[in-house]
Design a protein around this ligand. Structure first.
Ligand code: AR6
Length: 190
């Protein structure tokens, strides 16, 4: 499924982010940036040691990456040119605080891409794996934040959510459909 916000395409697809070709893919990392499981583990495994080396250099400067912030490394052996590492919220306690951090993780990643003149970026469903954020709520925040960002001035030409299961894809598609229906944006389905 695909929609257009401003002049930027927003695409939802099923797939493996480590196989995605783009100016940057976004890693759902943790504050240590030392790798982990899920999409983070896959990115480091496929991308190779160059990414970890750059992450270590960043951490030696900043200490840790706070939730909602984003940094960039090269893509190593990945088809993507760069990796933007961000940290989503762990789902516990305060849902509004979690939503604020999740929105920030998307926004900071998009801002960093723009700053680096990157034109195409792809996200996983941040926080909805090990961090336990309910997919429906995460999709609502993710789509709303990306939409809000794309309706401002941006160099981005394509933003893709690469979802890892059909169920997640369906949830994101329903959320995107609702957003485009209510706003009358141009939507294509395939
Ligand atoms: N491509 C696309 N999506 C994927 C892939 C992939 N190759 N692999 C997993 N997903 P998670 P989080 C999906 O747990 O919840 C790590 O250990 C997955 O199905 O990767 O933000 C980090 O080091 C889910 O839908 O990230 C952190 O400690 C989504 O990616 C912690 O997990 C996010 O799941 C971050 O947890």
């Amino acid at each position: 499924m695909e929609a257009i916000f401003g002049h930027t395409k927003l695409i939802l697809e099923l797939g493996d982010l480590t196989r995605h070709r783009a100016g940057a893919i976004v890693n759902a990392a943790n504050s240590s940036l030392m790798g982990g499981g899920g999409v983070d583990g896959a990115i480091h495994r496929v991308g190779g040691h160059a990414i970890l080396k750059e992450c270590k250099a960043i951490i030696s400067q900043i200490g840790r990456l706070a939730p909602g912030k984003a940094v960039i490394t090269t893509g190593g052996n990945l088809p993507a040119e760069n990796v933007i590492h961000t940290v989503g919220p762990v789902w516990h306690g305060d849902p509004r605080q979690a939503a604020r951090i999740l929105a920030s993780a998307y926004r900071e990643s998009l801002m960093l891409a723009d700053k680096m003149a990157i034109k195409t970026i792809a996200f996983p469903s941040i926080s909805t794996g090990a961090y336990g954020y309910p997919v429906q709520a995460a999709a609502e925040t993710a789509v709303a934040e990306v939409k809000k960002y794309l309706l401002q001035e941006t160099y981005l030409e394509r933003v893709t959510f690469v979802l890892f299961s059909r169920e997640d894809l369906k949830t994101y598609a329903e959320v995107l459909e609702k957003v485009t229906e209510t706003d009358g944006d141009f939507t294509v389905k395939y």
